[in-house]
Design a protein around this ligand. Structure first.
Ligand SMILES: Cc1ncc(COP(=O)(O)O)c(C=O)c1O
Length: 414
């Protein structure tokens, strides 16, 4: 880390590409009947997305921008699915014209909009029905009181068609324009209880059967979201992938046995979160009324996740890992706001000093792209990918002048 900070500067995100590859392979081995689709929202850096494509992943996306990136990188359209509420007509048009494998439809109204656009374009659309299952409240995180903002089904939701409304499908489905190829169920993210994942699998299979009954035709695919989580707290444990895979495979056996049937797992954080470190440098050390602060050159402007999602991220003084952490402190960035805290508690060695390096772990997912990068006009962080022992700069550090990008000055000043 010291070497990387010296070569590329801070703040920076450092990604371990070898670990991403290992994770991908472990998932593939654990779920042999499934195709792994990478949820680009977790980390859309094109080098990471490209690495996962090289490894054999498809891609799940949720915006026209992500569709653009997926196509630029070179994904086969049949390895692309597009989920997410509030897709604009332009986004739907692009997806239909790109002939992607499936647009995951989030409401019966969206299904009608797709029909309309498809009729105008004279290109049939392939869709998967995303279903908001009637039950499906899932324990998120390691205990049963995990944050509900990671929950996306099992109650009122902007995601998916309410299961109770499935009976109305025939009234909204124009068979001439829409090919229903699959079912999609995504109940929650950050699930660490294997039995909840298996329960979701059972719900998904039951839902797929119901859709087949209603449509009177056989599906080609099931997109079983997954929602597999990563531990953030000491008490949380990694999912046992081989055991979980075996249990989920069993539930889906009636479908995996069907010839040519596609089972899709769409995964983000489990592939990339633990492979990333947010690396900053200590600019100031401060003690105020009994509390210690380690103030670094990067804050929530580059890594808002801990604050936004109220989730703990382990942190350490990475150039002094050989020294025991003895003093508790808060890690903050340089921003003029009290919410600028990137780790609530770090144990620092007594010899911590200016210019030391702070690593915040589990930062490979929902880091850079989720953060308010323009807040307070600091240059954006660099991104570095370490793969096969070689470190490559995959995103250059920003500059002050970037702040002016696409802005117009006040007319009176011209
Ligand atoms: C529909 C859908 N699929 C996949 C994901 C990826 O989730 P995760 O990064 O937890 O695997 C999300 C996350 O919000 C999602 O909404």
């Amino acid at each position: 880390m010291t070497q990387l900070a010296g070569e590329f500067g801070t703040p920076a995100y450092v990604y371990d590409g070898d670990r991403i590859r290992e994770r991908f392979r472990a998932l593939r081995t654990a779920f042999p009947s499934f195709e792994i689709f990478y949820s680009m929202k977790a980390n859309p850096s094109i080098a990471l997305v490209g690495l996962l494509m090289e490894l054999g992943a498809g891609v799940e996306l949720a915006s026209g921008g992500e569709l653009f990136v997926a196509r630029e990188i070179g994904f086969d359209p049949l390895d692309i699915v597009f989920a997410g509420p509030g897709k604009t007509d332009r986004e739907l048009e692009d997806a239909i014209l790109a002939r992607i494998f499936a647009i995951n439809v989030e409401s019966l109204r969206e299904l009608e909009r797709i029909s309309h656009i498809s009729r105008l374009l004279r290109v049939p659309a392939r869709v998967a029905l995303r279903i908001n299952t009637a039950d499906g409240l899932t324990r998120v995180g390691g205990d049963s009181t995990g944050p509900l903002h990671e929950q996306m089904a099992g109650g009122p939701s902007k995601f998916g068609i309410d299961e109770e409304k499935l009976g109305d499908l025939p009234d909204h489905w124009d068979k001439k324009t829409i090919d229903i190829v699959g079912v999609h169920v995504y109940t929650a993210s950050q699930i660490l209880h294997a039995d909840d994942v298996v329960a979701n699998a059972e719900r998904t299979v039951a839902t797929a059967r119901r859709v087949e009954e209603i449509t009177g035709s056989k599906l080609e695919s099931i997109d079983f979201g997954g929602g597999l989580g990563v531990p953030h707290y000491e008490k949380e444990e990694q999912l046992d992938l081989p055991a979980l895979g075996a249990a989920v495979e069993e539930v889906f056996a009636p479908y995996s046995k069907r010839d040519g049937f596609r089972l899709i797992l769409e995964l983000g954080r489990i592939l990339v979160s633990e492979c990333g470190v947010y690396l900053t440098r200590v600019v100031e050390l401060k003690e105020s009324r009994g509390e210690r602060f380690v103030i670094t050159d990067g804050g929530i402007n580059q890594f808002v996740r801990p604050m936004l999602m109220k989730i703990h991220h382990e942190a350490a003084v990475v150039n002094k890992l050989d020294q025991p952490g003895v003093v508790s402190a808060k890690v903050t960035g340089p921003l003029c706001t009290p919410i600028d805290v990137t780790s609530q508690e770090i144990k620092t060695p007594s010899g911590i000093s200016i210019d030391d390096l702070i690593g915040i772990f589990n930062a490979g997912a929902y880091g850079y792209s989720m953060s308010p990068l323009r807040f307070l006009s600091h240059p954006t962080a660099a991104e570095i990918l370490v793969l096969n022992g070689k470190a490559t700069l995959i995103r250059e550090r920003g500059e002050h002048a970037d702040v002016m990008f696409r802005q117009k000055s006040f007319p009176g000043l011209e």
